[in-house]
Design a protein around this ligand. Structure first.
Ligand SMILES: Nc1ncnc2c1ncn2[C@@H]1O[C@H](COP(=O)(O)OP(=O)(O)OP(=O)(O)O)[C@@H](O)[C@H]1O
Length: 344
């Protein structure tokens, strides 16, 4: 049995415009220590899924099992005890502005009726863990966005949770600060063995720290797997869009550029090659030697994931149609994913 199991979950909301199926038949298994990403566009059902995990919503049908226990059946003291197992961080930090950093971190401990001296000791320990030593007496509005999120993380960890839920926790941060916060989450995951469930619409976040990912659309999971697998071989159109945009930050400009290249070379075929680190060069050299085609590299990107490098190379094939087809067959045979772009 997995640490977290969602089995046949549906969550429906009755609204004045009719029934909304926020979650529509979802199964998820998360292991202890996973950094588990949930990706999807706005309205896909990500937040609802996370609210089911911390017991803030109850599923319309199906089971939410955490450590073998059905969360929807918990009440009273058991529910309060369970909530301590789950910490949460948010896009806009949700700090109390009238409290100091230390007092913010102490809040969940106050609610859990931990004695004052013990609270202070724990809060200071957490402050060190998130790299904010010495800033305990500052107020949130004196901190940068990244520092505020560090306070949010420290507060979420106060009760020693086993699960940390992150709802777009880096979406309000600039790229460098995002990476610093993601590094901290990764460090905490390793140090404390914490299971992290990350909601995001940014594939960058997934690639950087997650080991598994599900892609959601309209309340359903449309793709799931290990992060490297999903990045290397996205199956669904929505996933492909997420992956391509992430690998290529200048996605839109590239589209424009490729359309122009295609206009200039109407006989040519533009292909995206998705390869593992280091595999591109020999393949291309071999193809050019073996087949009567020419290949021009149009753009390329290489990124590190938690478990290895992946990259895309967008190339233009010119030559006889049959020869290009043979070359593409060969490329696929040697294990490089090749996808012909539909331009225009
Ligand atoms: N309490 C509610 N009452 C009615 N409809 C709801 C409620 N909560 C969510 N929904 C609807 O359920 C669907 C999924 O919403 P949800 O917030 O889970 O999506 P999301 O993927 O997290 O998107 P976002 O990132 O925009 O929050 C949406 O159509 C939303 O309008």
């Amino acid at each position: 049995m997995s640490f977290i199991e969602l089995k046949g979950i549906t969550k429906h909301f009755q609204t004045k415009n009719g029934l909304v199926k926020a979650i529509d038949g979802v199964d998820v298994a998360i292991e202890k220590g996973d950094i588990f990403g949930i990706v999807g566009y706005s309205g896909a059902g990500k937040s609802t899924l996370v609210r089911l995990l911390n017991g803030l919503e109850v599923a319309s049908s199906g089971e939410v099992l955490i450590d073998g226990e059905d969360v929807s059946k918990l009440t009273g003291a058991k529910l309060r005890e369970f909530r301590k197992k789950v910490g949460m961080i948010f896009q806009h930090f949700n700090l109390l502005w009238s409290r100091t950093v230390l007092q913010n971190i102490e809040l969940p401990l106050e609610l859990a009726k931990v004695p004052k001296a013990q609270r202070k000791k724990r809060a200071e320990e957490l402050l060190r863990l998130v790299g904010l030593e010495g800033r305990g007496d500052a107020y949130p509005n004196e901190l940068s966005g990244g520092q505020k999120q560090r306070v949010g993380i420290a507060r979420a960890l106060a009760n020693n949770p086993e699960i940390l839920l992150s709802d777009e926790s880096t979406s309000a941060l600039d790229p460098q600060t995002t990476d610093e916060v993601l590094d901290l989450l990764l460090q905490i995951n390793r140090k404390l063995g914490l299971t992290i469930v990350l909601i995001t619409h940014e594939m960058h976040v997934i690639r950087k720290i997650a080991n598994k990912v599900v892609v959601m659309e309209q309340g359903k999971i449309i793709e799931s797997g290990n992060v490297l697998e999903v990045f290397q071989n996205p199956q669904n159109e929505v996933t492909k869009k997420f992956v391509t945009q992430e690998l290529d930050p200048e996605f839109k400009e590239t589209e424009q550029f490729l359309a122009e290249i295609h206009q200039e070379n109407p006989q040519g075929i533009i292909v995206d090659l998705l390869f593992e680190e280091g595999a591109n060069e020999p393949v291309i050299t071999k193809v050019v030697r073996k087949f009567d085609v020419e290949i021009s590299v149009l753009s390329g990107h290489l990124k590190q994931t938690k478990v290895g490098g992946i990259g895309t190379l967008t190339v233009l094939f010119t030559g006889e149609k049959e020869e290009i087809q043979l070359a593409l067959d060969y490329i696929k045979e040697v294990g490089v994913k090749a996808e012909v772009r539909n331009i225009g």
